[in-house]
Design a binder for this molecule. Structure first.
Ligand code: BES
Ligand code: MN
Ligand code: MN
Length: 464
């Protein structure tokens, strides 16, 4: 009850210019040593989706806990509720000051095909001002940003600080609800900073004000009891893969818009995203066009999207002239802010079942669900955040939406409805999170750390 009910002074902002530049200098001082900490975190293969690397996820939790203790947090705990270990570190608020919860996740996505990486995925490597490695940005840089901000305040910031580092975000945070219940008091905060999103560019910071939700499923199709000679039976007996691809094709119209009727659409923040920028940042190949209709930001942030993300069938190398009896695909849908992910999954399932050709047998196995979220991006906390970003980057931050999902946000909001949520970024458009050659722009990281240190000061200091 204590921390999260305090009243916040009006009109925050660091007015003392000298204190501000001291703090910026302090961040720059601690950054090289935090960079070494970040390097050691990247060396840990904390892939939460890989059961074989569970001990690596455990080890990364221990290293994160040690680093937070060394940074001066008096109370550091590794916690788990039948899931991956998370770390909670607390520095209690000075009397009358608010408590700020700083979130990041220490698990990472699988590295994919190691041969496609320019340098080894778990060996941090600096090239041209960027630090390469799995998790260098998503989201071990988030942890490093919190460490830098706290250390810049010499472990005695003017606000309460709780760091919460989760270990299963990339697996959809299955035990987060239980963690929130079990550690409700320790996690209670006035402001929640989620350093797990992207900036507008390497020169312009962003606050993420909306996220899409997620709903995915596996669709299995069977047409035959066993494979059949394609010469003897082709033309009469349908193969399962042809049936499946027709069903998958029915998910979009010819322009690439999602073809399931009745899905939710919302509106996107007004920022310009030129076709040239889309081409450059996405790596669209020559001659390949965009899909869908409406502005780019609307399609990315405020409309649903459907992607086929996996397929199990006979590999080409093993293909024989056989009608394939069964096949399956994983289909992932992004849900626009305001939509209900569960209802969207039901609509996807119904659409697939209704579009099965030739009486093919269809089984849809529901998968992950994450609710979308739109932040109310106004008020004092947002003023303090925008001031910190402006001070650190030397330019005005922009409000952006985000097409990705951070499933736990909705759970946090439900647990702490009175807290203000700030979604900040350590990524930039060239980061390639989840892909090969993921990297962190080191200039962006420095500015993100400076901004977070200033934010902690801004949240405490009432200005005149
Ligand atoms: N940090 C990302 C979310 C994100 C994506 C932020 C792109 C900024 C730009 C987060 O780690 C993530 O990958 N979320 C998953 C959630 C899923 C595993 C349930 C996602 O969006 O796919
Ligand atoms: Mn992330
Ligand atoms: Mn991620």
């Amino acid at each position: 009850m204590r921390a999260h009910v305090c009243t916040l002074a009006p009109g925050w902002g660091l007015t003392n210019l000298e204190a501000m530049s001291d703090l910026v200098a302090r961040v720059r001082e601690v950054l090289p040593s935090v960079r070494r900490d970040l390097d050691s975190l990247i060396r840990i293969e904390s892939v939460s989706a890989d059961p074989a690397r569970r001990s690596e996820v455990d080890r990364s939790a221990r290293v994160v806990a040690d680093l937070l203790s060394q940074a001066g947090f008096p109370d550091v705990r590794i916690v788990s509720e039948k899931g991956a270990p998370a770390v909670i570190a607390r520095y209690l608020a000075p009397p009358g000051a608010p408590t700020v919860l700083l979130y990041a996740h220490h698990d990472v996505q699988p590295e994919g095909d190691r041969r496609q990486w320019t340098s080894a995925p778990f060996e941090p490597t600096e090239r041209d001002g960027r630090l390469y490695g799995r998790g260098s940005a998503d989201d071990k840089a988030g942890i490093a940003t919190h460490l830098a901000a706290f250390r810049a305040h010499d472990g005695r910031p003017p606000v309460g600080v709780t760091v919460f580092v989760e270990g299963e975000e990339e697996s959809g945070s299955p035990s987060l609800g239980r963690l929130l219940t079990a550690h409700r008091e320790a996690l209670a905060a006035d402001v929640i900073v989620i350093a797990d999103s992207v900036n507008w560019s390497t020169e312009t910071p962003a606050l993420t004000v909306s996220l899409r939700g997620l709903a995915d499923c596996v669709v299995e199709v069977a047409t035959l009891d066993h494979g059949l000679h394609s010469g003897l039976w082709g033309g009469v007996a349908p193969d399962a893969l042809s049936a499946l691809v027709r069903m998958l094709a029915s998910l979009h119209d010819d322009d690439g818009n999602v073809a399931i009727p009745g899905l939710h659409e919302s509106t996107a923040p007004a920022v310009d995203y030129s076709p040239e920028q889309v081409r450059a940042e996405s790596g669209l190949l020559d001659g390949v066009s965009e899909i869908g209709s409406g502005s780019v930001t609307r399609r990315l942030w405020a409309k649903p999207a459907i992607t086929v993300i996996g397929l199990d069938t006979t590999p080409v190398a093993q293909a024989s002239n056989t009608l394939i009896p069964r096949a399956r695909a994983k289909v992932s849908m992004r849900v626009a802010p305001g939509g209900d992910a569960k209802a969207h999954l039901d609509a996807l399932r119904a659409h697939l079942e209704q579009h099965a050709p030739w009486g093919a047998q269809v089984k849809v196995i529901p998968g992950d669900i994450a609710q979308p979220y739109a932040v109310e991006a106004g008020g004092r906390v947002y003023d303090a955040a925008r001031a910190a970003l402006r001070q650190a980057w030397g330019t005005e931050p922009v409000d952006i939406g985000m097409g990705g999902s951070i499933p736990f946000i909705a759970e946090f909001v439900a647990a702490f409805p009175q807290a203000t949520i700030l979604i900040t970024g350590v990524e930039d458009p060239a980061t390639q999170a989840h892909s090969v050659d993921e990297s962190l722009h080191l200039g962006v990281w420095e500015r993100a750390a400076v901004a977070e240190a200033l934010l902690l000061a801004n949240l405490a200091a009432p200005s005149r």
